[in-house]
Design a binder for this molecule. Sequence first.
Ligand code: G3I
Length: 355
Amino acid sequence: MKTLLSSWMLLLTVLSFVSCERVLFPVPAEGLGTSVDTTLKDFMPFPFGAAINMTRTDTQPLYKATVEREYNSLTSEGAMKMRSIRPAIDSFYFAGADRIVDFAELNGMRMHGHTLVWAAIPDWLRDFPGDSTAWEQILKNHIQTVVTHYKGRVASWDVVNEAIADNGTIRQNIWYQKLGPGYIARSFQYAHEADSAALLFYNDYGHEYSSARRNGINSLLRSLLADSVPVHGIGLQMHTNINIHPNALRVAIDSAAATGLLVHISELDISVNRTNDPNYVLTPAVEADQAELFRVIAEKYASLPSSQQFGITTWNVGDLDTWRRPTYGFPDFPLPFDVDYNRKLAYYALIEGAN
Ligand code: G3I
């Protein structure tokens, strides 16, 4: 791989070097980067994916081309969430998510399902007056209907998302309030009953910036394993930022791997506009610092036993697509592709780090 990488770099790039305090990356001459057909999926020694939404593949040809070219794993950014897939108690809407699964299959990509159980529930459910038996029935029916619909087509699921609170205890979300903490284990059991071949993940955030969150999440997983709950992997969302210390990233990844589970860096992005500056411009120096963090993540991840490497997924594709822009209302540049889908330094840093 190293030889292949070196020859690719030598043959297809003009090596200019951008340097700053912390980092030195080979940078292709403008334009060459997007013309080569050797891409992330070829260079990364583990699956590399992105969360996508089909509105963008439908409307942005460059987005679609980049997705088709670069990745071998996809996650649905929104289409499989209960809010999208379950418009009413007695109906499911699969058409939107089906399109992503079709797209993944057409392009030979692995499909990861996100997410079956999360506090972000549809309004009809928030208002649902049923007792705990009725809520349990909704939980089980929801999980099993969705997993069965995609059986054999969606290889893995984020079964439960964000169930740990900032102090490391079980978050007292709506599912906890209605069903108690046991809803987590039962959700995995229900999913496993529906598709015993699917890999089942617990997905959460904050491993890299909070020891309370990290320890709480890892303890939850250890206790699920001790109780023989069918959980196979841990998803580290890793929505992080330019101020994170590289060692914090390494500790997050190592401690997740110490559970023995598959490890998925499941929603990676690295925010740079930390002052919510409405006129923020990404400078070459900040871009290089950001790339170094991507490199550290890929390097540490590549050092895990390959049997635990489920892969790395970025949360969408280019800087224009990030959830951070509509959510916070400020420009941000957290992804490995820029607003025009040119490869950023982060792109090359990921390849360098993983190899
Ligand atoms: O589709 C509607 C559109 O019809 C409407 O006009 C528009 C007006 O607000 O809203 C659109 O829905 C938005 C949806 O994204 C699709 O773009 C929702 O308002 C918005 O809340 C939703 O945000 C998503 C968020 O999860 C909540 O589901 C983000 O795109 C998505 O990136 C984000 O992803 C989460 C992960 O699931 C879990 N981890 C954190 C991550 C980032 O918040």
